[in-house]
Design a protein around this ligand. Structure first.
Ligand SMILES: C[S@@+](CC[C@H](N)C(=O)[O-])C[C@H]1O[C@@H](n2cnc3c(N)ncnc32)[C@H](O)[C@@H]1O
Length: 413
């Protein structure tokens, strides 16, 4: 059972194996010996491996430059421009107002990382990695949003030593204060000021634009037809309930979020033609009871914003509002099971650290928190693209007399 406090490591300590220790120490010595490195980089047997590792490391080292090339392309709307019709460098220089000496370097860099590609007649067209950026406004918004994250990350040691004092943190009103007493003060008990409205609208728009990826994963993976009424907790502007309602017309829909966001969600719901089908509730899951009546609660990208104590309160509130036989479907990015490396983990670890008290959790840690809240039969729901979110479902069942919250064994791939 994973340790559940907020500073819990992502892997459980395992017993040391002295033979394995010795072998690994020896391999460390070999891989860092200059003479062996020279031999390995020329030998037919190993040079492909050395080259592949060198390229990978170079990619890691150059990652910031790559993301700045992407940011420049997004800000100049270069990808949309060449998508409309491939252009020469002279045309692009004229359109962007950037002199060819500078632009040449940007264009060559964008070709090298696949955002653009060279076409006939010296023109540039959309590259394989440029296509999704043009298709999804959510990616372009996140690229712009990452510019703020990367300012916070410019000194990673200061962020690691003093997380929370960041530009990212100021964007998210609900994550400004880690402890509950102060969180209560920060949460709008009264009407928010016009400034607050701006902040809530800004982060809600950003979330709404990036939510499409998670929506597609959910619709492709879970049998919503088996339910009657879905409550989306922390539902933002209601993009998910709208898509769900369109895909499953029999479902009744409810959404719960902080009052200023709930007001925006109610307006969006009316615009999207959901009318009386959608009930919107404003409140804080830290203190308020959640509305009852739904047989499925969805929780999309909410738990990872909060510390373990808040997640415990939230999951208990969800458990209380569900009828026996009801389910919770949780979807968010997760760390690798048992500490397995996951390519997306570094991004989400640092994003959530810059944002505030939340954290990326393993499926096992989330399962533990769900079990503590009383959920049983917790299992992963396989989804096609676990890059944006992985899914867990749990049920509210009658507590057994002998062991009220008997942990079920869960297998994660
Ligand atoms: C990261 S956003 C996710 C929004 C949406 N579920 C999505 O996937 O796009 C987290 C949401 O939780 C809401 N939230 C945060 N703290 C809350 C609280 N104490 N009570 C209710 N909602 C809260 C925020 O307002 C926001 O809409």
């Amino acid at each position: 059972m994973p340790s559940l406090n907020n500073t819990a490591p992502l892997t459980e300590p395992v017993d040391r194996d002295p033979w394995r220790d010795r072998l690994e120490r020896q391999i460390d010595r070999w891989t860092t010996a200059p003479a062996l490195q020279r031999w390995a980089s020329t030998s037919v047997l190993t040079r492909w491996l050395v080259r592949r590792r060198a390229e990978r490391l170079f990619g890691v080292m150059a990652g910031f430059v790559h993301s700045q090339v992407l940011l420049a392309c997004v800000r100049l709307q270069l990808l949309e421009t060449v998508h409309a019709s491939p252009r020469t460098r002279e045309q692009l220089a004229q359109l962007t107002g950037i002199a060819e000496t500078g632009l040449d370097r940007l264009l060559d860099s964008a070709v090298s990382i696949g955002l653009l590609e060279r076409r006939t007649g010296g023109r540039l067209g959309l590259g394989p990695l440029g296509a999704p950026v043009v298709t999804h406004q959510g990616i372009r918004d996140m690229v712009e949003h990452n510019a703020t994250l990367y300012q916070d990350l410019s000194d990673p040691l200061s962020l690691l030593r003093k997380p929370g004092d960041t530009r990212m943190n100021r964007l998210w009103p609900y994550s400004r204060t880690p402890d509950h007493a102060r969180a209560q003060e920060a949460l709008p008990q009264v009407d928010p000021t016009p400034d607050d409205h701006g902040v809530f609208a800004h982060y809600s728009d950003l979330m709404a634009n990036s939510q499409r990826f998670v929506i597609d994963e959910l619709l492709a993976s879970y049998p919503f037809a088996d339910h009657q009424h879905v409550l989306d907790v922390g539902g933002g502007l209601g993009g998910w309930v709208t898509a769900l309602g369109q895909a499953h017309p029999h479902l009744a829909l409810s959404l719960f979020d902080l009052p200023p966001v709930a007001r925006l969600a109610a307006q969006a719901g009316a615009r999207n033609g959901l009318g009386d089908r959608l009930k919107v509730h404003g409140g804080s899951f830290i203190d308020d009871e959640l509305p009852s009546g739904a047989d499925l609660v969805t929780l999309l990208r909410v738990a990872h914003d909060h510390d373990d104590d808040t997640v415990r309160r939230l999951l208990r509130a969800i458990h209380r509002c569900l009828p026996l036989g009801g389910s919770l479907l949780l979807a968010e990015p997760m760390a690798g099971s048992q500490g397995d490396p996951t390519p997306t983990a570094p991004y989400y670890h640092f994003y959530l650290m810059a944002m505030g008290p939340g954290r990326l959790r393993t499926p096992e840690a989330l399962t533990g928190l769900m079990q503590e809240a009383g959920f049983t039969h917790i299992e992963p729901v396989p989804n096609p693209m676990p890059l944006h979110a992985r899914l867990l479902v749990g049920r509210k069942t009658r507590p057994s007399v002998n062991s009220p919250a008997t942990p079920h064994s869960v297998t994660f791939s």
